[in-house]
Design a protein around this ligand. Structure first.
Ligand code: PGA
Ligand code: ZN
Length: 401
């Protein structure tokens, strides 16, 4: 049973406060922390911040920490950590608000993840296996990583309007090989940029290298892929994050580049014009459009406004609800991308989540920086542990095809 829960404030990868929790059972201590992104709108779960301008510019999370140490702890101590949905429901009942604004989605998610880790230990199974059991899944799969190699939009101080250019090593034979392909491409890209624009052209943004215009960015990435020699084994994905800009750059002809996936090609409230857009062979990912919100997902399914779910667990707030929305997407069937946030921690939970839910895809940033590598390195551990049973999603990354 859960014997003690102790939370604290730590800093995320942007140096902004976030919540970390230690949850104790007789099996030991289980630690979890939560990421933070640029809020995409009023439909996502509420991240509770103190708002005291004199402390961390208003970003401290002492109230969320206090809510864990007092109210959540009181409600959960004595519960069996295996019972994930009951633990999550107990917190939802305690909170009573639709967006988890009373206790804070950051407080609730930290405890939900820590409980999930404790539940796995209780059963003496790996975390990804426990998650698969909770979701009723049997097909553990190593996801195709979507490595952000060029950052733009709100994530970089450059002129690139779109948010990310990513590479998907779908032709790799294992996750380990995919990571190698990603890393090699990334380093070739740095060299290509340095040759063309000098060393100063190559800065690391929140996720990856930062750079100029869409077409230039895609040309650079194509050149870097060519230098690796992997060519058609590596595909390109972009996150347009259209809501965040209105610069009106001419839309790309996808045939000039090996683009297989486009995230948020239209404004997130543009339901009218986006109807039926997803009836194309290209993967159209809903991130800002869906905000991991079940009601918005249902509407998008009905209107065919996208054909893949980007899941950010802190937009929904509990492990149980995250599993539920993935099931909604699986039923269509849609592709599923388990995603990090721009502000991350070294917690690697989403790596296990992506394997346990057999999402087929994970978006965890560039193959550089510790908090991004924490996820990719954990996938290496899982692949090693599964040994001969490890299956890399590869060409089947969308699952629905
Ligand atoms: P965010 O960015 O974490 O700041 O929301 C990630 C994305 O848009 O994919
Ligand atoms: Zn996005």
């Amino acid at each position: 049973v859960i014997t003690k829960i102790k939370a604290r404030q730590i800093l995320d990868s942007r140096g902004i406060p976030t919540v970390e929790v230690d949850l104790f059972t007789h099996k030991g201590m289980f630690r979890a922390s939560v990421p933070s992104g640029d809020p995409s709108g009023m439909y996502e779960a509420l991240e509770l911040r103190d708002g005291d301008k004199g402390t961390y510019l208003g970003n401290s999370v002492n109230r969320a920490v206090k809510n864990i140490n007092e109210r959540i702890s009181e409600a959960l101590v004595g519960m069996d950590p295996i019972l994930q949905s009951q633990i999550d429901q107990a917190m939802i009942d305690l909170d009573k608000t639709e967006k988890k604004g009373e206790l804070g989605a950051n407080a609730i998610l930290a405890v939900s993840i820590a409980a999930c880790k404790a539940g796995a230990a209780e059963k003496e199974v790996p975390l990804y296996k426990h998650i698969a059991d909770l979701a009723g899944k049997t097909n553990l799969t190593l996801p195709v990583p979507a490595f952000t190699v060029i950052s733009g939009g709100k994530h970089a101080g450059n002129n690139l309007a779109i948010q990310d250019i990513m590479i998907l090593p779908i032709g790799a034979s294992s996750f380990g090989e995919a990571l190698q392909m990603g890393s090699e491409t990334y380093h070739h890209l740095k060299a290509v940029i340095a040759e063309k624009y000098g060393a100063h052209g190559c800065n690391v943004g929140e996720d990856g290298v930062t750079f100029g215009s869409i077409r230039e960015g895609l040309d650079l990435v194509k050149e870097a892929i060519n230098r690796t020699g992997y060519n058609e084994k590596i595909k390109i994905a972009i996150d347009v994050a259209a809501t965040d800009f209105c610069k009106g750059e001419e839309f790309l002809p996808p045939n000039k580049y090996p683009i297989v996936s486009i995230e948020d090609p239209f404004d997130k409230e543009d339901w009218e014009h986006t109807k039926s857009t997803a009836r194309v062979t290209l993967q159209v990912v809903g991130d800002d459009l869906l905000m991991s919100n079940p009601k918005r997902i249902e509407r998008a399914i009905l209107d065919s406004t996208c054909n893949a779910l980007l899941l950010k667990i802190n937009q929904i707030g509990t492990v149980t609800e995250a599993i539920e929305v993935v099931k909604l997407a699986n039923d269509v069937p849609w592709g599923v991308v388990i995603s990090h946030r721009s502000g991350e921690t070294e917690d690697s939970f989403i790596a296990d989540l992506s394997v346990g839910l057999a999402s087929g895809q994970i978006k965890a940033g560039a193959p550089c920086r510790g908090e991004r590598l924490a996820k990719y390195n954990q996938l290496l551990h899982i692949e090693e542990e599964l040994g001969d049973h490890a299956i890399y999603a590869g060409e089947d990354y969308r699952q629905c095809l």
